[in-house]
Write a protein that binds this ligand. Structure first.
Ligand code: SF4
Length: 205
């Protein structure tokens, strides 16, 4: 993938899984993100091709209430650190679904985590409705969630929403996947937020 510019990120939201879309929306709303969210979302953005230079622009622009001095003092080090440019120079990689689901559960006021795992059922349903997931698919996804099959639920969400984006959904509900959904069915389980993004990005190209 080519390099992504800080100002491209809003347009790329459409390819993001719910966990990252949620972090992005809350960042725009609050003009801030707590540490857990900065790590989860920042490393994801690094994974989709945001360079260190662009990442510093992205976060500084997003945290608009911070003066440049405050930003440098409070946040720039951590961002450079996550790109392996400070401290032990570990080049951190984006978190996998398993790690997001199992580790560091979000507390109140946090927006990191996996919506399928960490949202309440009513909140999850509201998210699905906001993405025009119909009743049949919503029940399917909620059943997977209540059986703790979070990544399978995310994979179903991927199929349903990408089919809609391609204008392929509709027909044959109740008989398994519709023709359109079969076309975008991501043969593989979603195991990584960056996998979700890359598949969606390539599909829509
Ligand atoms: Fe994100 Fe993975 Fe959860 Fe999907 S299953 S929302 S990609 S953490």
């Amino acid at each position: 993938a080519g390099e992504i510019q800080a100002q491209d990120v809003d347009d790329l939201k459409v390819h993001m899984p719910l966990c990252m879309e949620h972090l992005h929306d809350e960042l725009r709303r609050e003009k801030h993100t707590r540490h857990g969210g900065r790590m989860q979302y920042g490393l994801f953005l690094k994974g989709i091709g945001l360079s260190l230079e662009q990442a510093l622009i992205f976060w500084q622009t997003a945290f608009e209430k911070q003066t440049p001095d405050q930003f440098n003092k409070n946040y720039a080090y951590n961002i450079r650190h996550s790109y392996g440019m400070e401290g032990k120079r570990t080049d951190y990689t984006p978190y996998s679904c398993k790690s997001i689901i199992m580790n560091n559960a979000p507390g109140s006021g946090d927006h990191h985590g996996c919506p399928f795992r960490h949202f309440s059922a009513p909140n999850m349903r509201a998210q699905l409705a906001a993405h025009q997931v119909d009743e049949f698919d919503t029940e399917d996804i909620m059943r997977l969630v209540s059986n703790k099959h979070y990544q399978v639920a995310c994979t179903r969400y991927y199929e349903v929403t990408r089919a809609k984006m391609l204008g392929l959904s509709g027909a044959m509900k109740g008989g398994g996947l519709s023709g359109g959904e079969e076309m975008v069915a991501s043969q593989e389980l979603i195991e990584h937020p960056n996998q979700f993004f890359e598949q969606s990005y390539l599909l829509m190209k």
